[in-house]
Write a protein that binds this ligand. Structure first.
Ligand SMILES: NC(=O)c1ccc[n+]([C@@H]2O[C@H](COP(=O)([O-])OP(=O)(O)OC[C@H]3O[C@@H](n4cnc5c(N)ncnc54)[C@H](O)[C@@H]3O)[C@@H](O)[C@H]2O)c1
Length: 270
């Protein structure tokens, strides 16, 4: 094995990706499979299972891939998906919490409390707490070391993005919990890190970034004017950071870190 293969190969990793029908999750699935990991894709809705199986099978050799359903807001479904994954591929040692996303945008005084509650639950409970509690319970109970969690934070974790109140609150909590959990689980050999993507076009934010005619929205223009690279990210640009943080050799002493992948958005100034 070459030096780089030793450092970055993920052949000993079994990666569970939640929210696997999403844009970012799909890109990460491709990366992990190509890096040699076994990958379990947990999708929100049953009808998404077959298309994902078909899409990713060409990248998977030797039974590397398993697709199952899990609403990660539901602890019972997480438990079932974990058991099914373990039966199919073995004990997972990487959890990628990719379920999440925003819904709507409004002035604070017009806040829709039901929507606030849904977005908070999606990004905080389904997007981190429920699956992470399950995985860390099992890893600690079974004394498995060398496991890691990769959360998905956001620019809203660092600076509130206008009008997306619940999303900001949940993503700030993702950053906070990434640090807290790193401290909690460091002694038992579980690393907890996060990616903070800048602006990548996905189902959840397309309507905020583009008008119906395909032109940039005012918000889309505003974002690009504050992004030193002057463009949205391409999803593949998150792959290297995810592989790096998931490698127990390359990133074996890194925990509690939230790594921005943002074209310089957080470096913008006047
Ligand atoms: N796209 C971006 O620019 C961007 C930027 C920063 C952070 N993020 C974050 O990255 C993650 C993925 O975003 P994306 O752009 O790929 O969004 P996406 O909408 O394409 O994917 C999100 C996925 O989560 C799934 N999901 C929703 N509720 C779920 C539940 N209860 N249980 C399981 N799955 C559920 C959806 O079905 C969808 O497949 C999110 O946490 C998002 O906040 C995205």
């Amino acid at each position: 094995m070459s030096y780089l293969d030793q450092l970055f190969s993920l052949q000993d990793r079994l990666v569970v990706i939640t929210g696997a029908g999403g844009a970012l999750a799909g890109s990460l699935a491709q990366a992990y499979l190509q890096a040699g990991a076994r990958v379990a894709l947990w999708v929100h809705r049953t009808e998404a299972c077959a298309p994902l199986q078909e899409k990713f099978s060409p990248l998977a050799t030797n039974g590397q891939l398993f697709v199952t359903v899990a609403d990660t807001n539901d602890a019972n479904q997480v438990d079932k998906a974990f058991v099914a994954t373990r039966n199919a591929l073995g004990l997972p040692n990487v959890l990628v919490n990719a379920a999440g996303g925003n819904q709507g945008k409004s002035p604070f005084t017009d806040l829709d409390l039901d929507q606030f509650d849904r977005v908070l639950k999606l990004n905080l409970l389904a997007g981190l707490v429920v699956p992470t509690r399950h995985f860390t319970r099992i890893w600690t109970a079974e004394g498995v070391r060398g496991c890691s969690v990769l959360n998905i934070a956001s620019m809203g974790s660092f600076v509130p993005l206008s009008g997306v109140w619940a999303y900001n609150a949940a993503k700030a909590a993702v950053l906070n919990l990434t640090v807290g959990l790193a401290k909690e689980f460091g002694p038992v050999g579980i690393r907890v890190n996060a990616l903070a993507p800048g602006f990548f076009v996905g189902q959840q934010n397309r309507a905020l970034l583009y008008q119906e005619d395909g032109q940039l929205s005012a918000r889309g223009q505003n974002i690009l004017s504050r992004t030193p690279f002057g463009r949205f990210g391409a999803l593949e640009e998150c792959q290297g950071a995810a592989l790096f943080l998931s490698s127990d050799k390359a990133a074996g002493f890194i925990t509690g870190v939230t790594l921005p992948v943002d074209g310089g958005f957080l470096a913008d100034n006047i």
